[in-house]
Design a protein around this ligand. Structure first.
Ligand code: NAD
Ligand code: TYD
Length: 362
């Protein structure tokens, strides 16, 4: 029976997607290839250890022999490519590994799959789903219409530039070789298992410890937010029913300024965990991110019209579920906030985030 290769399956979206597939397609043999960088956590999927349809492989997508040997050993017909370096602030501090993983790694996967699949009949149903981001479209002004799949690319950060490069490589494989690639561009995800360097889990960690919650610039920048389970649902739908060579935007249609989002999050946290004190007073404005994109917004008519997908989880409901998950998984949080994490915070924020401002009940 053919197998699905998921890359980056020990990261945030990957963990949620692997769980989604095990639940909905339990008889698909699934290989999870993940390098286990700081962002990958094997503990997330430990309970699948006894599942005979699930195989975990620790390895680098940019390593030719590793990827080639997986295609030699397993009848891989589907690839869901999530592995990437993903944090904009880290890409500003250290861009090199973004080029290696996001560009070279994607190239290596595309090329290995192309060689493995080139003599297979169309009926083999091969599909390569390349998972990308809305950040490739660059920054929008307050009155610009949301980006469609035809909007030009204008990436700003080393992260989004390397994702854009990978998207174009993937597109070129369809145009040049007829390789069965599909691309998705998604807005900001949130939910369980997200590494606490990204805005939402970072704010939760800081607030639970009564520490400053840093907001870049004025907090007026706008992001569109999507609950991760909705993203997983869209990815499976695209994988099974999307057209090869196409691109689909996936978004939540939930645009908020960072300041409004953080205030909402802190209010919901205070409701769920009373006794934490005046959480809003933790908000601290810090110097802006260099090249900080003002606004992202996606037009998602194509995926809803062509594939019948729509987000199901409203922002407030998704945030409540996310907060509840982090409150229930404080040991998980403690384990991922290692020495590496503390060194990163020091490099990114200096001392601005380290000292408690409130004495909390937690
Ligand atoms: P993440 O940082 O949480 O996880 C990335 C995973 O990739 C980790 O498990 C890491 O160990 C693994 N990895 C990194 N380098 C690797 C390498 N060289 N070889 C193999 N594995 C490697 O990322 P995420 O937030 O889950 O994002 C997953 C994908 O979705 C990325 O491609 C990202 O660009 C895209 N995306 C994310 C968001 C978001 O809001 N998180 C939004 C849109 C698109
Ligand atoms: P982030 O979660 O890093 O996602 P992205 O940069 O990929 O959108 O950040 C979301 C927004 O929150 C972004 O506009 C930057 C801002 N932000 C802060 O204001 N303070 C922070 O400490 C972080 C991590 C992000």
């Amino acid at each position: 029976m053919s197998a699905v290769l998921v890359t980056g399956g020990a990261g945030f979206i990957g963990t949620n997607f692997v769980r989604h597939l095990r639940r909905l397609r339990p008889h698909w043999p699934l290989i999870n290839l993940d390098l286990l960088t700081y962002a990958g956590n094997p503990e997330n999927l430990q309970d699948l250890a006894g599942d005979s349809f699930y195989t975990f492989v620790r390895g680098d997508i940019a390593d030719r022999d590793t990827v080639a040997s997986l295609f030699d050993r397993h009848p891989i017909r589907l690839v869901v490519h999530l592995a990437a370096e993903t944090h904009v602030d880290r890409s500003i501090l250290d861009p090199e590994r973004f080029v290696r993983t996001n560009v070279v790694g994607t190239y290596n996967l595309l090329e290995t799959a192309r060689r493995a699949w080139k003599d297979l009949p169309e009926a083999a149903g091969c599909r390569f789903l390349h998972v990308s981001t809305d950040e490739v479209y660059g920054s929008l002004g307050p009155d610009d219409p949301p980006c469609t799949e035809a909007s030009p690319y204008a990436p700003s950060s080393p992260y989004s530039a390397t994702k854009a490069a990978a998207d174009w490589l993937a597109r070129s494989y369809f145009r040049t070789y007829g390789f069965p690639v599909i691309i998705t561009n998604c807005s900001n995800n949130y939910g369980p298992y997200q590494f606490p360097e990204k805005l939402i889990p970072f704010v939760l960690c800081q607030a639970l410890e009564g520490k400053p919650v840093p907001i870049y610039g004025t907090g007026a920048n706008i992001r569109d937010w999507l609950f991760v389970e909705d993203h997983c649902d869209a990815l499976l739908k695209v994988l099974e029913t999307g057209a090869v060579g196409e691109t689909y935007n996936i978004g939540g249609n939930q645009e908020r300024t960072n300041l409004d989002l953080v205030r909402l999050l802190l209010r919901l946290l205070a409701d769920l965990r009373p006794g934490l004190g005046d959480l809003e007073s933790l908000i601290t404005f810090v110097p802006d991110r260099p090249g900080h994109d003002w606004r992202y917004a996606l037009n998602t008519e194509k995926i809803s019209r062509m594939l019948g997908w729509r987000p199901q989880v409203a922002l407030e409901e998704g945030l409540v579920r996310t907060i509840a998950w982090y409150l229930d998984h404080q040991e998980w949080l403690a384990r991922v906030r290692t020495g590496e994490y503390r060194r990163y915070l020091e490099a990114q924020y200096g001392r601005a985030v380290s000292k408690p401002r409130l004495t909390t009940g937690s």
